[in-house]
Design a protein around this ligand. Structure first.
Ligand SMILES: Cc1cc2nc3c(=O)[nH]c(=O)nc-3n(C[C@H](O)[C@H](O)[C@H](O)COP(=O)(O)O)c2cc1C
Ligand SMILES: O=C(O)C(=O)c1ccccc1
Length: 347
């Protein structure tokens, strides 16, 4: 299997249909889900020639973490629904590839076990932890302490989910919860019982100020689409943004991330890094996002397809193919590093 589309087809054959739909689906009419990929399709590259870039270097640094390429793994829930090895397999593949895995708060493996798996394959792996701020701030604080102790390098606070998106495939399939043998292991409280992840529309910048006080880890906000929110995030002392519409799973008809990107890049003016996710499936997509102002991209579903199709090896293969495609695209565009990609290369 070479392309992400081929991995998706293989995953679809292996997965329970309701689980495939949970991974693949989006909110409402899935307009935003489609718009993310379509936005890359609407843009063309205008390559430069004779630039003398024989050796390319894909490495970047984001919020203090080194990445071997400007592609990280966005947080996705329930990896053990995709493959019995779950998040451990993902962590091994991502650590071996030298990039960042953002562990979902809804992971089906404890953060300590994910960290141990990553450390078994790389000396100094970078794991970030994604957080839904819980209305019970004391409990939120205990989850943050636990992630810190496990050695995570940054926190990614998802802010696009004041309520859970309406995913009609899940309603139709009656898929609402994990099977009883799986649990969201990072939501265990002191007594060992597992709490539900609560979405809260009460959250405000005050809660973020509380979090900023309670941890010295770099903080990124995930789910920013409005340039004014990007400015407020900078003012709040945030260390990076993930330009995201949650892969089209929250607000349907929300703007595609690539369309939102140029205004966000202008709003932050390079003061903090931008990671874009949503619809990245090819090396050419990565190049377009970087040229239009992202410092890196995130991939969500492609990792789940690799995992479901072939476990750790499948995730490794998805990352290797994207790396190869990205390197090849840089060469064809006349660029030697991600930093050389500028907006004039995109129409
Ligand atoms: C099955 C699935 C589960 C997800 N779970 C989470 C999550 O737990 N936390 C979160 O912040 N985002 C979650 N996301 C959103 C991803 O982090 C990311 O924004 C999105 O998948 C990117 O789009 P892509 O799948 O087109 O690459 C999830 C996405 C999918 C597809
Ligand atoms: O499915 C999702 O997109 C997601 O973010 C999530 C969050 C909590 C539990 C399960 C899924």
């Amino acid at each position: 299997m070479r392309t992400i589309a081929e991995f998706e087809a293989a995953a679809r054959e292996r997965l329970e249909p309701a689980h495939y739909d949970f991974f693949a689906g989006g909110a409402g009419d899935e307009r935003t889900l489609r718009a993310n990929e379509a936005a890359f399709g609407r843009r063309s590259l205008v390559p430069r020639v004779l630039r003398g870039n024989g050796k390319r270097d894909l490495a970047v640094e984001i919020a203090g973490s080194p990445l071997s390429m400007p592609v990280l793994v966005s947080p996705t829930a329930f990896h053990r629904l995709a493959h019995p090895d779950g998040e451990r397999a993902t962590a091994e593949a991502v650590a071996a590839a030298g990039t960042v895995m953002v562990v979902s708060m809804a992971a089906t493996t404890a953060i300590e076990d994910i960290a141990a798996a990553a450390r078994a394959v790389a000396a100094d792996p970078s794991l970030w932890f994604q957080l839904y701020l819980q209305p019970d701030l004391e409990f939120t604080g205990s989850v943050v302490r636990r992630a810190e102790r496990a050695g995570v390098r940054a926190l990614v606070v998802t802010v696009d989910s004041p309520v859970f998106g309406q995913r009609e495939r899940d309603h139709r399939n009656g898929f609402h919860d994990l099977p009883p043998e799986l649990a969201v292991e990072n939501m265990r409280d002191g007594s060992g019982s597992v709490r539900d992840i609560e979405m809260s529309a009460e959250l405000s910048w005050d809660h973020l100020a509380w979090l900023r006080e309670t941890t010295s880890l770099p903080l990124l906000l995930k789910g920013i689409l409005h340039p004014e929110d990007a400015r407020l995030a900078v003012a709040a002392g945030v260390d990076g943004l993930v330009v995201s519409n949650h892969g089209g799973r929250q607000l349907d008809t929300a703007v595609s991330t690539l369309d939102a990107l140029p205004e966000l890049a202008a709003a932050v003016g390079g003061v903090i890094p931008l990671v874009l996710d949503g619809g990245v499936r090819r090396g050419t997509d990565v190049v377009k996002a970087l040229a239009l102002g992202a410092n890196a991209v995130g991939i969500g579903r492609p990792v789940l397809w690799g995992l479901a199709a072939a476990g750790r090896e499948g995730v490794a293969e998805v990352l290797a193919r994207l790396r190869e495609e990205l390197d090849h695209t840089l060469a064809l565009c006349g660029a030697g590093t991600p930093g050389e990609l500028t907006a004039d290369l995109v129409r």
